[in-house]
Write a protein of this length. Structure first.
Ligand SMILES: O=P(O)(O)OC[C@H]1O[C@H](O)[C@H](O)[C@@H](O)[C@@H]1O
Length: 528
């Protein structure tokens, strides 16, 4: 395509949202008008399905659930007055709580104010709060946030070490929709023990964000935690950033949560329009479909050219991959759908893997996120008349051009600044694009049956470990791994038992080993 035709294509396809000053440019995705025409009937159906979802249809049929994250920022859209009231009450509850924490009206037993937040959660109960903290926390926030998002003991230690001298003024927020996720439970128990080791009353430092009646909810109520915030049944983990899950952390850090919600609401209005060309989420879904043939044949590489948006690609990884990565479509056909997402930030990644993007296996399309404002205030000159921000902007344009010239497509999303309103809008844009794409390829974007298999297998390993320990306790002589497996009645699990023993031995858990760990068949294992 010559320069004049490309410039015309740019102008023809450029989306601009006046109020949000938000641009989406899909001109560097190589689809043609015939493709757009062919997609129109599918989009017409997707727009209808989306409208039904927003009205409260059971859009997550396997779990028999409504899908209501759009109501969070426009409560009047909720299908019942009761849900509308719950949304509004929770928002007021969050704001009142944050105000009282900041003022010291609610304070810990041994300090005048809470100074730090320890947010414990995983998946959708961590990624949104982490992304928003990185993007929006002010330079001197009223409270500093820390996260535990794994069951890694060394990771937990690192966070507890940071907080060792500040536990007296630390507010712990346990976040789990189900209230039973093991990683979150483990982190919470370890933190509870850390408080107890300093003879502090954990309950007076803790709040929970969880579904009503969950195990976590019951624990918080039974132990008299400071308060609880509800996680609604009709909100999925990966679309929960604008529910209490994300808003409590954000409000406590002094982030304007009403502005986040307002930005999301404005974007929702723009992405509700049932017309491909004037709907930015439809433009993204169209581009994803064209890049990967509607089968996810190309990965989505996300490159925000702004350090504070570093975690956006990680956040999108769950939103896109957990929503779209499905074995079966809604009719039960095996489809193996999905779109792989990865990325960190530009131009940093230019010096890491852009070499492969430009010249290597062409199995991706890029999404470049551009922020127009370089920094608040003036920039020093690096070269005469040139700032660091000019370089960054040049690198973005350069990468886009170099990729396109070598037949690598890209989308560019441009926002004026990173602020609560634009971040809310970005979240809403991608939530809607994922929803529309899910309808286009006919998958349930709101369940995650595949995650359960791994969770169940992990629980089986822990059960096996208990059985191994019970057998070892009852035996005087050392046993081989094969003998142990036979004693448990699970001869097929020798390899799993070997790995359990190796892990226990590395952690001083009373296991005595003879033989070489490098030669599993040589091992004799006993307690003591
Ligand atoms: O909020 P929770 O119930 O603890 O769930 C946390 C996460 O765990 C699961 O494995 C799901 O796949 C995620 O969608 C969810 O966000």
């Amino acid at each position: 395509m010559d320069a004049a035709t490309l410039w015309q294509r740019y102008q023809d396809w450029l989306y601009y949202h006046e109020g949000l000053e938000f641009y989406v440019d899909i001109s560097r995705m190589r689809f043609d008008e015939a493709f757009v025409e062919a997609m129109k009937p599918r989009f017409a159906k997707a727009f209808e399905d989306m409208a039904a979802l927003e009205k409260g249809a059971i859009a997550n049929p396997d779990e028999d659930r409504m899908v209501g994250h759009y109501w969070l920022r426009h409560s009047q859209l909720a299908p019942t007055a009761e849900i509308q009231q719950e949304i509004e009450d929770t928002l007021v509850q969050i704001e009142t709580f944050a105000r009282k924490i900041h003022s010291g009206d609610i304070h810990p037993p041994d300090a005048a104010k809470f100074t730090d937040i320890l947010s414990i959660g995983i998946g959708g109960s961590a990624l949104g709060p982490q992304f928003v903290a990185e993007a929006l926390a002010p330079s001197s926030p009223p409270m500093e946030i820390h996260f535990i998002d794994n069951s890694d003991p060394a990771g937990i230690d690192a966070i507890l070490l940071q907080l060792e001298d500040k536990l007296a003024s630390t507010l712990v927020i346990a976040i789990s929709k189900s209230g039973g996720t093991p990683e979150t439970r483990n982190g919470t128990i370890e933190v509870q023990k850390a408080f107890e080791s300093q003879s502090r009353n954990f309950a007076a430092h803790a709040i929970a964000i969880t579904s009503k009646g969950s195990k976590l909810d019951q624990q918080a109520k039974a132990e008299g935690w400071l308060t609880t915030f509800p996680m609604f049944d009709w909100i999925g983990g990966r679309t929960s950033e604008l529910s209490a899950v994300g808003l409590v952390d954000a409000a406590l850090q002094g982030i304007d949560i009403r502005a986040m919600l307002a930005g999301a609401k404005e974007m929702d209005e723009a992405t509700r329009i049932p017309d491909i060309k004037t709907n930015p989420a439809a433009l993204l879904a169209l581009s994803w479909y064209s890049a990967g043939n509607g089968k996810g044949e190309k990965d989505m590489v996300v490159l925000p050219y702004k350090d504070s948006l570093l975690l956006f690609s990680r956040y999108l990884q769950q939103l896109v991959m957990e929503s779209l990565g499905k074995e079966k479509d809604l009719d039960g056909n095996i489809v193996h759908q999905g779109i792989a997402v990865y990325g960190n930030k530009g131009s940093t990644d230019q010096h890491a893997y852009v070499q492969q993007l430009r010249e290597g296996v062409p199995n991706f399309f890029a999404t470049l996120i551009e922020v127009l404002e370089d920094r608040q205030g003036n920039s020093p000159e690096i070269d005469p008349g040139v700032t660091s921000g000019d370089y960054l902007s040049g690198f973005l344009q350069g990468t886009r051009k170099a990729l396109y010239e070598n037949h690598r497509d890209s989308i560019t999303v441009t926002i004026p600044q990173v602020n609560p309103r634009t971040v809310g809008a970005l979240i809403a844009l991608y939530e809607r694009a994922v929803g529309l794409y899910g309808f286009l390829v006919n998958v349930n974007a709101y369940h995650q049956p595949g995650v359960e298999a791994g969770k169940k297998a992990a629980a089986d390993i822990l059960a096996l470990q208990n059985q191994v320990m019970a057998v070892l306790k009852s035996q005087k002589q050392a046993s081989s791994l094969v003998e142990l497996a036979a004693a448990i009645g699970q001869p097929q699990e020798v390899e799993a038992i070997y790995k359990i023993i190796r892990h226990l031995a590395a952690n001083h858990r009373g296991i005595h080993i003879e033989g070489s760990l490098g030669k599993p068949s040589s091992l004799k294992v006993a307690l003591g």
